[in-house]
Design a protein around this ligand. Structure first.
Ligand SMILES: *[C@@H]1O[C@H](CO)[C@@H](O)[C@H](O)[C@H]1NC(C)=O
Ligand SMILES: *[C@@H]1O[C@H](CO)[C@@H](O)[C@H](O)[C@H]1NC(C)=O
Ligand SMILES: *[C@@H]1O[C@H](CO)[C@@H](O)[C@H](O)[C@H]1NC(C)=O
Ligand SMILES: *[C@@H]1O[C@H](CO)[C@@H](O)[C@H](O)[C@H]1NC(C)=O
Length: 407
């Protein structure tokens, strides 16, 4: 809701209270629509206004297409072998519009063009593209399948390709898929009819296990940051837009994802990453996992750690910053009951106030192993979202290494 001065002067109700929605997917089978009310007295309330069981067994990732008011849900279905699906919902009512079988195990999705949703299929070793122009008739346009001749250095976790992350670059002309099994950044250009054209992989060091990545548009260069799951490492690359139409990466930064030395917080953009299962923080008297905030120097891409905040629970698998940069919603996947906290954030410095949540919402529906919320996103902005939902101020890397530390 846009609130001009004119509206504010005539006292439009909409300008007194800001209402924003948060969508949450739970691995326990549910998709929720939550409403955050910014009450006039400065307090917040977070309430469930809808839910659906229709996405299937294990909703993993959500994407919003504002043009058609549609919520897309990828069902990773990892508790059942060899299943995957994509469902579309009216974002208001959460009534289901379509539900299609996909390659196995879609773990992440990203719009890279209008009506073009890319899916990274973790279990299926594939990448697919859906045409969402008619939300009641989702159509698979493309499917790329990957194979490896032999396992990677980590034979258990790299026995085959595991595409885990998918991101569009800031120009909207390229898509990168992070393949944990193959140690590859798979690159594509966006070609005719907004379909993907495979350009080939950029390999990271063997055994790295790329999982999540994000582009940051700097003053003259574009940077790409990436988390290696198997080495618990954070990497910075300059994106190379080559004359032959390919996309390359030049690494300039390589460090642990578990840093502790703080740097200068002034200026720049911010990057947020979560470290799961680290118990480095404290929240409400209990150990908590951590969100690390970095400042990005927009000229050089250099990173400076500026804050370590409690995530509010166990395994912050997903987090999202509001459009104005002032709120961070964090979903702790293994908190019981499943917990979503909304924390205050200073959009200038990136610092998060982690000890007094503005609002908390819990769900007691969990899988037998205790897992619940897998992904969250805000619907708080009337503007067309920029590609891949990147926002100028708050650039995110979601989730990290679950399995121990990098030393
Ligand atoms: C959508 O498909 C998935 C996978 O086949 C299934 O589990 C789920 O029940 C379906 N949803 C509906 C509403 O039929
Ligand atoms: C694979 O990676 C995980 C996570 O870093 C680690 O715990 C495990 O020991 C590794 N296995 C091998 C065979 O390297
Ligand atoms: C990153 O640094 C670690 C620790 O120094 C090293 O083992 C690893 O090979 C480096 N990786 C890259 C891609 O430079
Ligand atoms: C879970 O929460 C719902 C709604 O708050 C409540 O009705 C239900 O009794 C709870 N179930 C358990 C097992 O606590």
């Amino acid at each position: 809701m846009k609130c001009g001065i004119f509206l504010a002067l005539i006292g439009s109700r909409a300008c007194l209270a800001v209402v924003r929605d948060i969508y949450a997917a739970s691995y326990a089978g549910l998709v929720f629509r939550l409403r955050l009310d910014d009450n006039k007295d400065g307090s917040y309330s977070l309430e469930e206004v809808g839910s659906s069981l229709d996405c299937g067994y294990n909703p993993a990732w959500l994407a919003l297409e504002k043009g058609t008011s549609t919520l897309l849900c990828a069902n990773e279905a990892y508790t059942i072998a060899n299943v995957g699906s994509l469902a579309s919902f009216s974002k208001e009512s959460l009534s289901i519009l379509d539900n299609v079988t996909t390659d196995y195990g879609p773990a992440q999705a990203a719009f890279f063009a209008t009506n073009r949703l890319g899916l990274a299929h973790y279990a299926g070793g594939a990448v697919s593209v859906y045409d969402t122009s008619d939300p009641s008739n989702l159509v698979e346009l493309q499917s790329f399948h990957y194979f490896m001749d032999k396992p990677g250095p980590n034979a258990t976790l790299q026995d085959k390709p595991y595409p885990h992350g998918i991101v569009a670059d800031p120009t909207g002309k390229f898509v990168v898929v992070l393949d944990r099994g193959a140690d590859a950044l798979r690159t594509y250009s966006v070609g005719w009819d907004d379909r993907l054209v495979e350009l080939g992989p950029h390999f990271t060091e063997p055994g790295n296990g790329p999982r999540h990545g994000v582009f940051v548009k700097g003053t003259s260069k574009t940077f790409f940051y990436m988390l290696g799951e198997l080495t618990n490492s954070l990497h910075g690359f300059e994106a190379l837009y080559r004359e032959d139409g390919s996309l390359g990466f030049r690494q300039f930064y390589n460090n642990s994802a578990y840093q502790t030395g703080f740097g200068d917080a002034a200026g720049g953009a911010h990057l947020l990453l979560s470290t799961r299962n680290d118990d480095r923080s404290a929240y409400a008297g209990a150990p908590s996992d951590t969100l690390a905030s970095y400042r990005v120097d927009l000229d050089t891409g250099a990173l400076a750690l500026i804050g370590l905040s409690a995530s509010g629970g166990r395994w912050p698998r997903s987090f999202a910053v509001s459009a104005d940069g002032k709120l961070v919603a964090v979903a702790d996947q293994y908190s019981v009951p499943g917990r979503l906290v909304v924390l205050a954030r200073d959009p200038e410095t990136g610092v998060i106030g982690d000890q007094t949540p503005l609002a908390t919402w819990t769900t007691n529906v969990t899988l037998p192993d205790g897992q619940s919320i897998s992904h969250i996103l805000w619907d708080d902005d009337d503007d067309e979202p920029s590609l891949a939902g990147l926002r100028e101020d708050s650039l995110l890397l979601r989730g990290t290494p679950a399995l121990g530390r990098f030393s």
